[in-house]
Design a protein around this ligand. Structure first.
Ligand code: GLY
Ligand code: MN
Ligand code: MN
Length: 442
């Protein structure tokens, strides 16, 4: 078990109180953590705790299930956990068991996971709606919930109340998670700053003939040495034309002189993610052509950051980046036509910029939260955290552009927090301008 020694358990209790209020008297929430995965017969894949369960309980042991409901038969907060098992603990470490579930994690009652099936109908006795995560990869839990639903259907006519409606827990949790509280902001700042320092360190391993995998290793070493639990996602170290593959993660080629390398990685620190990209000249000096393209992306990055404030939307951020990219590409002769029309239609620039400019960031690297509300782009609020990551990609087989521009991918990605009057760039310690990027490599 890895209970966080600095964990503020009252924070999880406050979040649960909020959820219990929103659930009302006739609903329960079931959050099962994902299964433990194995390679081959019995080699465990490192377990990634469930973000929703963690957000509400701090619990990180595999396969636990939380049940919340103001009118659950026994208590509002039930945890099903792996029971103590001295024989298994010799192999995989100490478990908290039932005792820690109650004494440390604040469950009103706790049971072994295997009892979930027999206890669910009692927990759901007053519920007509069940919020349950059905895409956690837990067929065992899905089957139990479905069985309950079927028997409720048969009994409802006489019993009067029974759980007949299934709902997505995202409806309760995503709006909470998308606005970060002070504790989360501290952890995100930590992850961002640790990632920035690690990029500075790993930049020094970039040189002609270095392997992409060596830069990846330098990053991962720097992350872990600084206390990260690992990476937020598999690092992308993409030399030359590999950078035009957006999620290139094989990292198995050597870096070539006179090319660029796009590095996109992030540390995970106490469950919270960073996500940063920088693009470096492999030999330490941008060519004029590379620099021109780089500066177009940098202008888009600045234009996107400039519009971030409460009340703006991620669509505004994207449009601002897009406008700067279009203007820059017109100047370089990469696009032709009327700027406003090109920005409006987006189709001409799509091959060069196929992704959006931002995604939410938090416990998940592509964090939860709707991007639209009532059919309109959602308004930003203080406490929201997201990436700003404009890029420019000219695939090797692009026609209608000069040969020397082909096979180049550039992305500049930072993590930002919306503040009361603008934004804080959490990854500011890592410079973006071309000269400073060159400097970082020395
Ligand atoms: N690292 C993937 C992304 O930037 O979204
Ligand atoms: Mn990224
Ligand atoms: Mn990203």
């Amino acid at each position: 078990m890895v209970p966080n020694p600095q964990a503020d358990f009252s924070l999880y209790a406050q979040r649960r109180e909020h959820v219990l209020d929103r659930l009302g008297d006739d609903a329960i929430l079931i959050l099962p953590a994902g299964p433990e995965l194995h390679v081959g017969r019995d080699a465990e894949v490192p377990y990634q705790p469930d973000s929703e369960l963690y957000y509400l309980t701090g619990y990180t042991e595999p396969e636990a299930i939380a049940v919340l409901g103001p009118r659950c038969a026994d208590a509002p907060f039930t945890l099903f956990v792996r029971a103590r098992d001295p024989e298994r603990e010799v192999w995989t470490g100490v478990r908290g068991g039932i005792e820690a579930a109650c004494d440390l994690f604040g469950a009103d009652v706790a049971f072994p996971i295997g009892e979930f099936g027999e206890r669910l109908s009692r927990l759901a006795v007053n519920a007509s709606r069940i919020y349950v995560r059905t895409d956690a990869g837990r067929r065992d839990i899905d089957d139990i919930v479905l069985k309950l639903l079927k028997s409720a259907l048969a009994r409802r006519q006489r019993a009067g109340v029974a759980p007949l409606t299934l709902s997505d827990p995202a409806l309760l949790l995503d709006d909470m998670r998308v606005v970060k509280d002070a504790t989360e902001i501290t952890l995100l700042r930590d992850a961002a700053s640790l990632t920035a320092a690690s990029f500075r360190e790993a930049a020094k391993s970039i040189r002609p003939n270095a392997g992409e995998w060596q830069v990846e290793a330098a990053l991962n070493y720097a992350f872990r040495r600084r206390g990260a639990s690992g990476s937020s996602f598999p690092a992308i170290v993409a030399g030359g034309a590999n950078a035009t593959i957006l999620h290139y993660t094989t990292n198995e080629r050597e870096l070539a002189d006179n090319t660029l390398v796009l590095v996109d990685a992030g540390a995970r620190r106490r469950m919270y993610c960073a996500d940063v990209s920088r693009t470096f000249p492999v030999n330490g000096k941008f060519t004029d052509v590379q620099r021109d393209l780089y500066d177009v992306v940098l202008a888009a990055h600045a234009a996107a950051i400039a519009v971030v404030r409460p009340g703006a939307t991620l669509q505004d951020v994207h449009r601002s980046a897009l406008a700067a990219l279009v203007h820059g590409m017109l100047e370089l002769g990469l696009l032709e036509g009327d700027a406003e029309a090109l920005i409006e239609a987006e189709t001409s620039i799509k091959p060069f910029y196929p992704h959006k400019t931002s995604h939410w960031l938090g416990l998940d690297v592509h964090d939860v939260g709707d991007y639209m509300k009532d059919a309109q782009p959602r308004r930003l609020e203080a406490g929201m955290v997201f990436t700003i990551e404009p890029g420019l990609y000219v695939a090797q087989d692009t026609v209608d552009v000069p040969g020397y521009l082909r096979g180049i991918g550039i992305r500049i990605e930072d993590d930002v927090l919306v503040t009361e009057d603008g934004c804080e760039v959490l990854t500011l310690e890592l410079p973006t301008d071309a000269r400073a990027v060159e400097e970082m490599m020395r």
